[in-house]
Ligand binder design. Structure first.
Ligand SMILES: Nc1ncnc2c1ncn2[C@@H]1O[C@H](COP(=O)(O)OP(=O)(O)OP(=O)(O)O)[C@@H](O)[C@H]1O
Ligand SMILES: [Mg+2]
Length: 284
């Protein structure tokens, strides 16, 4: 009798659960369609970029300096608007939304930058708590969640310190904790290890990887060749504002032919490019 009741309860519960194949497809967390950014003065930051990133992905965005990586990040935060094309986050065209909704968009996107951007006069605790206060989290929840996230990033013992009492790697851990404490669906990191030594960088990248494992989509802009090659995640490569490669489980660079090597070396040495060798999309 009891067993029959359990069986019928299970059947009822199952019938309430949508089958995975009949679940309506959720839109990609990030979708750019033919997005072009022209800066005042006419410089093209991005040119007809179309990219789709699904929920839960871990993506590296790579390419030489000036190719448009930070421009891409700024587009997603609506720090910039495209001159043409569309930018959608979680299925919403963010350039269509009224300006008054932009703070709410930004609260749903965690950000980590090369220069940490911590509040210098606030403790580690306050820097992280701030991210919860702005979304109206009750104090009791903040008191519970902040120490927990700080323990997760390995800073449980530095909770009452100020940023200038921490190493660069520790400061970056605080900014990762602040970006993730509200469990946003999307986390954008623009050269998060740019100011850190290789050993410390590994720790930060491991944290971002753990965050991704919880379901948050993570987009990391980086120049760190070794890290990209080790992690083997999706790699989107920009060159001169255009996507020249989008590869699942990619390396920092594809095997270069001689002309590509020439382009990269001229770029790294600051010698002007005479010609755009990527025009035919050879590396695609
Ligand atoms: N506010 C601006 N006004 C005019 N041009 C700009 C502006 N911001 C960026 N640019 C130009 O747009 C291009 C893309 O810049 P972006 O900052 O996106 O490059 P990046 O790939 O992030 O480079 P880096 O690796 O050096 O950070 C560059 O040529 C840059 O000079
Ligand atoms: Mg940049």
């Amino acid at each position: 009798m009891a067993r029959a009741r359990t069986r019928s309860r299970l059947r009822a519960r199952r019938s309430r659960m949508p089958e995975s194949h009949s679940r309506p497809q959720r839109p990609p967390i990030v979708e750019l369609r033919d997005a072009t950014v022209v800066y005042p003065g006419g410089h093209v930051g991005l040119e007809r970029v179309s990219i789709s990133i699904d929920r839960g992905e871990f993506v590296f965005l790579v390419g030489p300096t000036g190719c448009g990586k930070s421009t891409f990040i700024k587009l997603l935060l609506r720090d910039l608007e495209p001159s043409s094309g569309t930018v959608s986050v979680a299925g919403k065209d963010i350039n269509d939304m009224p300006r008054s909704k932009v703070p709410a968009l930004r609260r749903r996107i965690g950000t980590v930058f090369q220069d940490f951007k911590l509040l210098p006069n606030r403790t580690v605790y306050d820097n992280v708590a701030y991210a919860l206060q702005v979304i109206g989290t009750p104090r009791s929840e903040i008191k519970r969640q902040v120490p927990e996230i700080l323990r997760m990033v390995g800073l449980g013992a530095k909770i009452h310190n100020y940023p200038d009492e921490l190493s660069g790697g520790e400061q970056q851990r605080v900014s990762v904790a602040r970006a993730f404490v509200s469990h946003p669906p999307l986390l954008l990191a623009d050269e998060p290890t740019g100011n850190l030594d290789p050993e410390t960088s590994i720790g930060i990248m491991q944290l971002l990887y753990r965050i991704n494992r919880t379901g948050t989509t993570v987009v990391v802009v980086t120049h760190d060749r070794e890290m990209v090659d080790k992690m083997r995640r999706r790699v989107i490569q920009l060159y001169d504002g255009r996507v020249i490669r989008d590869q699942a489980a990619g390396m920092y660079a594809t095997d270069e032919d001689t002309s590509e090597f020439g382009v990269r070396m001229r770029n790294e040495l600051g010698v002007p490019q005479d010609d755009d060798h990527f025009d035919g999309g050879a590396a695609l």
